[in-house]
Design a protein around this ligand. Structure first.
Ligand SMILES: C[S@@+](CC[C@H](N)C(=O)[O-])C[C@H]1O[C@@H](n2cnc3c(N)ncnc32)[C@H](O)[C@@H]1O
Length: 280
């Protein structure tokens, strides 16, 4: 097989400019060569071997076919830290930084708080909370053992002290209670056309959709959370841009006070929550 024409970093990235966005081409090249953005910029005329060019073209082809860059490079930045990701976990989204910010604000008001992260996936939320607020005792659950293995690795490499339990939502938690429960459950409805777009087919179904109307996991979490919160404890749930009113209604129908929805940076409803008003 004849070697592709490009021989330098600059030429290789230029050669694929009509196939993938320039940012993606740069990230794939940096990953392949194990270099930083600064090194990429400093040495554009670095010569590539035939194997390196072929490997780059293979990554470009996979990207062109829709595979998310994060899976191709094996990591994704979240709240200023780099998390390992594999196809066993959802790629952490910038929108999810909102629930972290809200949680951290709450944690600042509490001494030695106990925190539960439901559906931890890569551990993005739990590990960030543990790193940013080391006095918190953070427990993270997921029903997927493969996701928990990734989350454990992230906790170890980022230095966040988090306990992990395999659990179908609260089922393995007996009667433990928490000051704060955060959850980013699968909330895309089974028939939502977005599931077949923008790289979502490469992400785990279990992380994206409840297989129903998009609210079934949230209903269960809202119904079961009161038995796992201390009085006054806060439940924060991430949801779809069009689910704010429905989630507020679910919370308000239960023993929750101060029910509220917060918007993400795009101005969309993204997180709703409430405090347990009385002992459940
Ligand atoms: C939307 S992802 C969130 C991942 C991560 N917390 C984040 O924000 O990037 C939802 C997670 O919930 C987990 N999950 C789905 N059903 C579950 C269940 N019944 N019990 C516990 N976790 C579940 C999935 O495995 C997935 O990791």
């Amino acid at each position: 097989m004849s070697a592709p024409a490009a021989q330098t970093i600059r030429a290789a990235v230029e050669q694929v400019r009509r196939r993938v966005p320039r940012l993606d081409a740069r990230l794939l090249m940096q990953h392949l060569l194990g270099i930083t953005h600064a090194q990429f910029l400093a040495d554009p005329d670095r010569r590539l071997s035939g194997e390196q060019i072929e490997a780059f073209m293979t990554l470009v082809l996979r990207r062109e076919r829709g595979e998310p860059v994060a899976y191709l490079v094996g990591e994704k930045d979240f709240y200023s830290r780099s998390f390992k990701v594999t196809p066993a976990v959802l790629i952490p989204r910038p929108d999810t930084e909102l629930i972290v910010t809200l949680a951290l604000k709450r944690l600042q008001t509490l001494a030695w708080p106990r925190v539960l992260d439901l559906g931890t996936g890569s551990g993005a939320i739990a590990v960030t909370l543990a790193c940013e607020h080391p006095e918190a005792a953070v427990l993270a659950v997921d029903v997927s053992p493969a996701a928990l293995a990734v989350a454990r690795e992230n906790a170890a490499r980022l230095g966040g002290k988090v306990g992990f339990v395999e659990s179908d939502w609260f089922s393995a938690l007996a009667d433990e209670r928490f000051d704060l429960i955060v959850a980013n459950p699968p909330y895309v409805a089974a028939r939502d056309p977005h599931l077949s777009q923008d790289g979502l087919p490469f992400e785990p179904d279990l992380a994206l959709t409840d297989g129903a109307d998009g609210l079934s996991c949230i209903r269960r979490i809202v119904a079961e959370a009161p038995a796992h919160l201390v009085p006054g404890g806060l439940l924060l749930i991430e949801h779809g841009y069009d689910q704010g009113a429905a989630v507020r209604a679910l919370l308000a129908a239960g023993p929750f006070a101060d029910v509220c929805t917060w918007q993400d940076l795009s101005g969309n409803d993204r997180v709703s929550g409430g405090c347990l008003a009385a002992v459940a």
